[in-house]
Design a protein around this ligand. Structure first.
Ligand code: GLU
Length: 458
């Protein structure tokens, strides 16, 4: 059987020691895309051998995150429920003289080389412990990496590394190798921080007579300053983005392009399209820089694709303090859409009073009503004309309003008419055009606000 005939089985193996990290989401996505493309199987495996740091709430957070992103899986395991299996293989390794029990001072255990979950315990007082070490003959290890090509390691320096804290407490490397073997994992797609773990895992595979999976180590997600993305750069938890109101489609699209690109100019991809297009050969070797502005850009693209009723629905929650009618919300929704990248932007703008004038009469400053050096008297005359023309309208739509005012505005100077009109309705230097605002406010309210401005000028 060659590689291409083999049934594809991938694993999503998060350590539930924290809320789901963006990096975990991205790695999970790549595994999903590859497996779906190949008609393969996806295993979700909680690597919770580190009993102190692993928490059910984090496993739940990861489950929720995957569901939100639309990343499905076929089977779920928890390493903490598989202790007997690891013990069985530890016994086998010891019997075959590939591993041995070593009596050591407790504090030495912590110095064992290990990363990821299941780090050897930190020293807690004195006393002797019986740990299990792998008998490392220092073979040279070569593996083919789908992203980086052949990678060779001299394993001599790794020494007899620790594979279990006791017969019932396996460490990360052992648990991963046993599981990948038992679960018939064909492809290991993971962050490149695991490249250095691969030789130890291959040595254990060889000792167990396990097949070697195909590896694909994907570039790390970096912050703008090119250091590894961490909390000090902003939110790294997927659920934080969910709470901020990002759309899962935008997040998926964004994450897919963190380290992978289609080789074309196309940027917008649905999950189905990504499944079709994904390939290891288009994964980059260098780090993938996380840029929240880009994520916001994607989100806006996806917001624009939504029915406007969805925007209105969200907007209504944020505008609740104004108790707006559905009609009003429907009218404002397109304006809101233009001004936001994510839903929570609505909340910020509501707080800043950005939409206040749609619901409350603005307080006006007399001088602010005058366009450039137009006189008070002239401005008053223009606004009176506006009232006259608007009062005559039977239809109150944006185009009618514009058509009613436009010839006059052109005649006497657009700014002279449109500026005081817009300001009298909004009390703001910036807002959408006066026809749009008047349309939303309605005929009666518009005229009443313009009249208030006229009185102010008297
Ligand atoms: N549990 C490891 C982690 O969260 C992943 C191990 C692996 O992919 O082999 O980093």
């Amino acid at each position: 059987m060659n590689d291409t005939d083999k049934k594809v089985v991938v694993r999503i193996p998060p350590s539930p020691t924290g809320a789901m990290h963006l990096g975990t989401a991205r790695t999970s996505l790549f595994n999903y895309l590859f497996a779906k493309q190949k008609g393969g199987k996806i295993i979700l495996r909680f690597e919770d051998t580190d009993r102190e740091r692993s928490k059910n709430e984090f496993a739940d957070d990861i489950t929720v995150g995957l569901e939100w992103l639309g990343i499905t899986y076929d089977e779920v395991y928890k390493q903490s429920e598989r202790t007997e299996i690891y013990t069985k293989y530890l016994e086998q390794l010891i019997t075959d003289d590939h591993a041995y029990i070593s009596k050591e001072k407790k504090k030495d255990v912590g110095s064992a080389p290990s990363t990821g979950s299941g780090q050897a315990g930190s020293p807690q007082g004195e006393g002797e412990v019986e740990i299990v070490r792998f008998r490392n003959k220092g073979e040279s290890v070569t593996f083919k990496d789908e992203v980086r090509g052949n990678i060779t390691f001299d394993t001599t320096d790794l020494g007899d590394f620790v594979i279990a804290k006791s017969m019932t407490e396996p460490l990360y490397h052992l648990a991963v190798v046993v599981d990948d073997m038992e679960m018939e994992v064909s492809h290991v797609i993971r962050g490149e921080d695991h490249i250095s773990n691969t030789p130890r895992q291959i040595l254990i595979q060889r000792a167990l007579g396990a097949p070697q999976p195909i590896y694909a180590h994907i570039p790390l997600i970096l912050a703008a300053d090119k250091s590894k993305l961490s909390k000090r750069h902003g939110a790294v938890a997927v659920t934080a983005y969910k709470q901020e109101g990002f759309l899962p489609e935008a997040m998926v699209n964004f994450l897919a392009l963190l380290g992978w690109n289609p080789g074309t100019e196309q940027e917008i991809f649905s999950l189905e399209e990504l499944v079709k297009e994904f390939s290891f050969s288009k994964i980059q070797k260098g780090g993938a820089v996380f840029n929240v502005e880009k994520l916001r850009w994607f989100n806006k693209e996806y917001l624009r694709k939504l029915p406007i009723a969805n925007i209105a629905y969200e907007a209504k929650q944020y505008l609740a303090k104004y108790n707006p009618s559905d009609e009003m919300v429907a009218l404002i929704a397109p304006i809101i859409l233009e001004r936001i990248d994510i839903y929570s932007d609505i909340g910020k703008q509501v707080e800043e009073g950005e939409f206040d004038y749609y619901f409350n009469k603005p307080s006006l400053k007399k001088e602010a009503l005058l366009w450039k050096d137009t006189s008070t008297d002239d401005t008053q005359i223009h606004l009176k004309m506006v009232v006259e023309k608007l009062s005559a309208l039977d239809q109150w739509e944006k185009d009618e309003i514009k058509n009613a005012l436009w010839p006059y505005a052109e005649e006497v100077g657009k700014g002279n008419v449109l500026w005081p009109l817009r300001y009298s309705m909004t009390g703001r230097d910036k807002s959408p055009d006066p026809f749009t605002v008047a349309n939303i406010l309605g005929k009666e309210e518009t005229i009443s606000r313009v009249q208030a401005a006229i009185s102010l000028l008297s």
